[in-house]
Design a protein around this ligand. Structure first.
Ligand code: BJW
Length: 227
């Protein structure tokens, strides 16, 4: 088995009932991202941002992993040379059985103190009046990477991509950097690249190979070919 880095996006959780961002009816067609997914928006209106993420947390906790999450869990369980990186803030990969998932955009189930950077398990409902359990400041936020903030674990992810034989992007539009640039890093380093998506993403020729269709069908079928 080769060294594989897998990057997942919102499309992998779409069939679990969690909305994507940029598809028709997606989250960014209903909400102004500058108000709910930037540190400036949070500073202007923390109540609004907490309400947005409280609703997302409830949806995520009520959702169940689907066949794509399960297939990736099987792959990661049976092969320790696979790194699963997700842009998703839900915990559906973990609940399907994947260990060691790298959450580059943070986790909806975790809370962060904006003052002392202490992290803890988020309550189901967060509120601007909550205090940090460590320093006591009223500066609690969801542990999410907003626009303009540095995604987590970048050194580890890039080192893994540079060493991989295969890079696979699943259910992501490839519009948000730095994740959108991972395919170029993989290609430059000599890895084979594969996109699995409902439909091909707009820039043709970026990936060596493209598989199209719903993740619950394409991902289990692709994983099966590796065994
Ligand atoms: C299916 C399916 C099914 C559907 N089966 N498939 C100008 C140029 C270049 C870069 C920039 C720029 N201006 C600003 C930037 C940087 C910025 C950026 O990239 N902006 C672009 C939008 C232009 N990036 C950042 O700010 C990042 N940080 C950064 O760059 O740090 C460096 C830095 C720091 C300081 C100063 C300067 C630089 C941070 C990005 C944080 C992203 N955060 C979000 C929200 C938080 C998490 C949350 O609330 O959930 O993360 S945005 C949102 O997009 C979320 C996602 O993780 C992310 C990616 O979306 P994803 O997963 O691709 O979803 P969609 O909806 O776009 O696509 C779904 C896909 O699934 C589609 O293709 C469907 O076809 C498919 N699909 N159903 C299979 N059933």
């Amino acid at each position: 088995m080769v060294g594989i880095v897998i990057l997942t996006g919102a499309g992998v959780s779409a069939e679990s009932g969690l909305g994507t961002f940029r598809d028709k009816g997606g989250l960014w067609t209903k909400y102004d991202l500058s108000e709910v997914a930037t540190p400036e928006g949070f500073a202007r209106n923390p109540q609004l941002v907490h309400a947005f993420y409280n609703a997302r947390r409830a949806n995520a906790l009520d959702a169940a992993p689907n066949a794509a999450h399960s297939a990736l869990a099987r792959l990661t369980a049976e092969n320790d040379d696979v790194l699963l990186v997700t842009q998703n803030i839900d915990d559906l990969h973990e609940r399907a059985g994947s260990n060691g998932v790298v959450h580059m955009h943070g986790e909806i189930t975790r809370a962060l103190c904006a003052v002392c950077e202490y992290r803890w398990d988020a309550p189901r409902v967060m509120d601007p009046v909550d205090t940090c359990p460590d320093c006591g400041t009223k500066a609690t936020r969801p542990d999410i990477v907003w626009f303009g903030e540095m995604p987590y674990h970048m050194d580890r992810i890039i080192a893994a991509i540079e060493a991989a034989d295969l890079f696979v992007a699943i259910g992501t539009s490839g519009e948000v950097y730095p994740a959108a640039g991972f395919v170029d890093i993989a290609s430059t380093a000599g890895a084979e690249t594969l996109e699995i998506n409902l439909e091909p993403t707009p820039v043709p020729g970026r990936f060596d190979r493209v598989i199209t269709g719903p993740a619950t069908e394409t991902v289990p079928a692709w994983v099966e070919t590796l065994f």
